[in-house]
Design a protein around this ligand. Structure first.
Ligand SMILES: [Zn+2]
Ligand SMILES: [Zn+2]
Length: 308
C-alpha cells in the first residue's frame, strides 16, 4: 500500500491557496518527501501529513522553489528532538547545493546523509532496514534549465505463496511469512529461497514524479505503466509549447500526451505557473489525450493498493 499526498501545486512562488510543488509518499510507515520549497512545512500541516517524519527528502533539482523549505524543516526536526538520520537525495552536485542549506540549518543532533542514486535505482532497505523488501527508488534524467531528475518509486509484489511447495521442502510454518514477503528462510542449516515457493511475480505499484522538465523520452520511459504519474503542467494553453520548451517545462496537453503514450493509469497535473488562475479551465487540453487527467490541488491524496 502506498499513500501519496500532493502538498502543493504552485511553480516559482507560493500563492495564498497554492503552496510550492511538493509530494509526500508513505509506505509501511516510512516516508519520502519529493521536493521541499518554502512553505512545505505548513502545506504538510494543512494536508495532515507528517513531513517531520520524512526518512528521505528527494530533490528533483536545486532551484529555490524546490529546496528553500529545507533549512526550516530541518530546524523543526531538531526542535522535535529527531534522532533518526535524514537522507537527502538529489541529482549531480548534491554536496555543493546542500552546503549553504546545511550551513543555515546549523548544528543538527541527527545525521544528514547525502545520496546520489546509482543508475538503476536503489533498494530502499539498503538505506533503512525498515523499508519493505520490494521498495525501490530510482531517478531518471529530465530536461530542465539546470541538472535535474525525476523519480520513480516502485513496490514490487512477489508471486502467490504455494503452501504445498513449502511443506514439501520442509519449511517450518513459522517461517512461511518471511518467504511470503520475498525473503529467504533459514532452518536446519538450509536456505529456501522465496522463488522456490512463490508463483510468478505479480503486478506491483509504481508512482512517478516528473519534477520540472520539458517533455522528453526519459520521462515517458519512466512513466511507463505507472499507477500514478504526477507530472508538471506549468502552462495550460495549447500553443505555449515553444515557451514551455524554452523554460524547460511542459503544457497540459504535453503532459496528457506523454501520460497516454506511457500508458499511465492516472495522471495528476501540478506545478502551475501563476498565469493559471484555475487549472480546470485548461483541463480539457490534457484530457484531449488522457481523458482521466486530474488537475492536482494542494492536499489531494490517494492510497494505491495491490490488485487482487
Ligand atoms: Zn519549479
Ligand atoms: Zn525549476
Amino acid at each position: 500500500m502506498i499513500d501519496v499526498t500532493l502538498l502543493g501545486v504552485s511553480a516559482l512562488a507560493p500563492l495564498p491557496d497554492r503552496a510550492l510543488t511538493a509530494v509526500m509518499l508513505a509506505c509501511a510507515g516510512r516516508r519520502i518527501l519529493f521536493d521541499c520549497g518554502e512553505g512545505t512545512q505548513s502545506a504538510a500541516r494543512k494536508a495532515g501529513v507528517n513531513a517531520l517524519g520524512a526518512d528521505i527528502i528527494a530533490l528533483t533539482h536545486y532551484h529555490g522553489d524546490h529546496t528553500f523549505g529545507l533549512p526550516g524543516l530541518m530546524q523543526t526536526m531538531l526542535s522535535m528532538n529527531r534522532a533518526q538520520p535524514l537522507t537527502l537525495v538529489g541529482p549531480a552536485g548534491l554536496r555543493e547545493a546542500m552546503a549553504p542549506i546545511l550551513a543555515l540549518a546549523g548544528n543538527l543532533p541527527y545525521d544528514v546523509r547525502l545520496l546520489e542514486l546509482p543508475t538503476g535505482g536503489l533498494r530502499l532497505r539498503d538505506v533503512d532496514p525498515r523499508w519493505p523488501e520490494a521498495a525501490r527508488l530510482a531517478a531518471f534524467p529530465t530536461e530542465h534549465r539546470v541538472v535535474s531528475q525525476g523519480y520513480a518509486f516502485t513496490l514490487g509484489r512477489a508471486g502467490k505463496f504455494m503452501p504445498e511447495r513449502a511443506k514439501a521442502l520442509g519449511v517450518p510454518v513459522r517461517l512461511w511469512s518471511l518467504l511470503q514477503k520475498g525473503e529467504p528462510a533459514l532452518f536446519d542449516g538450509r536456505v529456501v529461497r522465496p522463488e522456490e515457493v512463490l508463483g510468478p511475480p505479480r503486478r506491483g505499484l509504481k508512482v512517478v514524479f516528473s519534477g520540472d522538465t520539458a517533455a522528453c523520452p526519459a520521462l515517458e520511459a519512466a512513466a511507463r505503466d505507472a499507477d500514478l504519474f504526477i507530472c508538471e503542467g506549468t502552462y495550460g494553453e495549447n500553443g505555449q509549447e515553444a515557451l514551455a520548451l524554452d523554460h524547460g517545462h511542459m503544457t497540459f496537453a504535453q503532459a496528457g500526451k506523454l501520460a497516454a503514450a506511457a500508458n499511465a493509469r492516472r495522471l495528476w497535473l501540478c506545478h502551475y505557473s501563476q498565469m493559471i488562475q484555475d487549472p480546470e479551465e485548461y483541463a480539457a487540453n490534457a484530457r484531449a489525450f488522457f481523458p482521466e487527467a486530474v488537475c492536482g490541488q494542494d492536499g489531494m491524496a490517494m492510497t494505491l493498493k495491490f490488485e487482487e
